[in-house]
Ligand binder design. Structure first.
Ligand code: PLP
Length: 374
């Protein structure tokens, strides 16, 4: 008799469900918003924590042919997930080109995003020695993080031969305040980028990520690069969210307590029950990415009833007051992130942004993919 599979879904106590059809729908919506610009996809950090393989294949099947990741190893993983060297999808590495990486870029058919004049020189030498291989040029217009700073851009305007033989497919920059539509830096960066690309070779240009798409057509240029909105997070905080929810997190109730006498729950005794209460313990905690700052601020949902998380979130467990959900039993699954409390609501409650909620989830949970091309 085969031994039961310990990691099988029936033994999972916490399940992250990823709706790949919703992901594909979000890609199509963003493509439509950005048209006639093209729409790339940013799938860094393992597809924002949701699994770069299924995420990448689903987006590719939805028509996306240009991908961005942060690290070279993420790019190699995505290349493999998309079918290896045979796949023609473009994969670009935002963190740029480090000395000695040239061959890896070439062997896996990956593109470096060239972030300074040193990288421009390094890639140009590589292309002279071993033949042209595509790359992207990144100009800094206000992030002061990656990309050619203004003085290096001026050097390039005066000496454009530095770009000869680089096989540039795109010139990009990145917005600092796109989630705050009336911030003056948005227009400033748009104007500075438009001026810079006039002085450089004519290739595709790209400025907007998720929030930038919703600033309007002036910010779209030839290609947009959304990440977080693909995964359902609101591109403009405080506005109605046009994106479909992609993730749901549910956890199993592993114990139920009946409390009669006044008593506290969890570390630090931060919550006190004053009357008769049913307490459910669920196997999810901060080690799973259910942030400790959600302590006493989150809610869950079971059978359509919303119940509060009470006391502190601990490493592997949370406790919920399920007094108003009398049907709940040990072994039942309870929704922790879902329509009642979505990624944006969790981010608000935890004092962070949807990006951090998403990328914190998913390392320890069992992931279930529904729809799409898993
Ligand atoms: C992460 C990132 C993106 C995607 O940003 P979202 O806000 O998630 O849409 C686009 N471009 C660059 C340079 C990035 O670092």
């Amino acid at each position: 008799m085969p031994s039961p599979k310990i990691s099988g879904p029936s033994n999972a106590t916490t399940i992250l469900t990823v709706d790949l059809d919703a992901l594909a729908a979000n890609y199509r919506l963003l493509l439509q918003r950005a048209a006639p610009a093209q729409c790339a996809a940013v799938v860094k950090a393992d597809g924002y924590g949701l699994g770069v393989g299924p995420v990448g294949r689903t987006l590719h099947a939805a028509g996306c042919t240009r991908f961005f990741v942060a690290h070279l190893d993420e790019a190699a993983t995505l290349r493999k997930a998309l079918g290896g060297a045979a796949s023609t999808a473009e994969i670009a590495v935002l963190n740029g080109l480090m000395p000695g990486q040239e061959k890896v870029f070439r062997d896996h058919n990956l593109m470096p995003v060239l972030n300074d004049l040193g990288q421009v020189a390094q890639w140009s030498e590589e292309c002279r020695a071993n033949g042209a291989h595509p790359s992207i040029l990144h100009l800094d217009t206000g992030m002061c993080r990656l990309g050619l700073p203004p003085e290096e851009q001026r050097t390039l305007f005066d000496d454009p031969q530095r770009l000869d033989g680089l096989s540039l497919t795109c010139i990009m920059s990145h917005l600092a305040c796109a989630d705050t539509p009336d911030h003056p830096l948005n227009r400033q960066q748009q104007v500075d980028f438009a001026a810079a690309i006039k002085r450089l070779p004519k290739v595709d240009t790209s400025l907007a990520a998720s929030s930038g798409i919703f600033l309007g057509p002036d910010w779209h240029f030839d290609m947009v690069r959304p990440g977080v909105s693909l995964y359902g997070v609101a591109p403009t905080p405080g506005e109605p969210n046009p994106m479909a929810p992609v993730v749901k997190l549910s956890g199993k109730i592993i114990q139920i307590r009946h409390v009669d006498a006044p008593q506290t729950v969890g570390y630090g005794a931060t919550h006190r029950f004053t009357g008769p209460t049913r307490v459910a313990t669920v196997a999810a905690g901060y080690a799973d990415g259910y942030l400790r700052s959600l302590s006493g601020r989150a809610s869950a949902s079971i059978g359509g009833i919303t119940v509060p998380v009470v006391g502190r979130v601990s490493m592997d467990l949370i406790t919920l007051d399920i007094s108003n959900a009398p049907a709940a039993q040990p072994g039942d699954m309870i929704d922790l992130i879902g329509p009642h409390f979505d990624v944006d609501a969790a981010a608000d409650a935890a004092g962070t942004i949807g990006y951090e909620i998403l990328t914190s989830l998913g390392r320890r949970y069992q992931r279930h993919y529904v729809g799409g091309t898993a």
